[in-house]
Design a protein around this ligand. Structure first.
Ligand SMILES: [Zn+2]
Length: 232
């Protein structure tokens, strides 16, 4: 891919990248920015005309994103605030006593934070969630080891990786990168993302063979994926 340039379109300015693709791909980012991935040869005028034909769709995407952003409440880190783990919401109970740490019991996150400041609570909770993410993902991925061995695929192993737009990625050597935020989703969603990435060890692309395999291992994946996409 080449460097991005900015071009004027009927939907406003758009970031344009050129590549060896043969068709134009339009995406609207959550902040409303328009991104175009276009063939090398397409003129800016032709691209602007194509964008013009998709105006209604672009407008709908932007409206949907602005509604989502309006509903998004910033996370709070004080007693009473709710946070997610494995698809359920728990309230925080912040105490300034005891050694610093987080424990989950009785339907609450009990956070012991010496200063009780929101930034300290945030750091403690993030650390706890990261540990749980590693534990949950390892445990769930381990179930796939015999499946991979039977197919002569490398043994899958997990790595936590923050990715802005995706839940996971797979690498030929068996590495499965998973977004630690996934641990906030219901376990059925976590298992789906893991199955999806494990299928990529066999078929790296989203081709027919990939989806055929995914249909076999998680027949209801479309429903589960839709649920994952609804999460805040
Ligand atoms: Zn994929």
């Amino acid at each position: 891919m080449s460097e991005a340039t900015i071009i004027a379109t009927p939907a406003g300015f758009a970031k344009l990248r050129r590549s060896h693709r043969t068709t134009l791909a339009i995406s609207v980012l959550p902040d409303g920015t328009l991104e175009l991935a276009a063939p090398q040869a397409a003129t800016e005028r032709a691209l602007a005309a194509l964008v013009g034909k998709r105006l209604r769709w672009i407008l709908r995407q932007r409206m949907a994103f602005s509604e989502m952003n309006r509903d998004r409440v910033p996370q709070r880190y004080e007693s009473g605030a709710t946070h997610r783990y494995l698809g359920r919401q728990y309230r925080l109970k912040v105490r300034r006593t005891g050694p610093p740490g987080v424990r989950l019991f009785g339907g609450y996150f009990h956070v012991h934070a010496p200063t009780g400041s929101p930034s300290e609570v945030e750091e403690l909770l993030a650390g706890w969630l990261r540990d749980k993410a590693r534990e949950q993902f390892r445990h769930r991925l381990a179930r796939w080891a015999p499946w991979c061995a039977a197919r002569k695929l490398p043994a899958p192993r997990v790595r936590l990786l923050r990715m802005p737009k995706r839940w996971g990625s797979a690498h030929r050597d068996g590495r499965i990168c998973l977004n630690p935020d996934l641990v906030k989703a219901p376990s059925i969603c976590i298992d789906y993302v893991i199955a999806h990435e494990v299928c990529h060890l066999q078929h790296p692309q989203h081709d027919r063979a990939f989806f055929k395999l995914l249909d076999q291992v998680v027949p209801a994946w479309r429903t589960i994926k839709a649920r994952l996409e609804q999460l805040p």
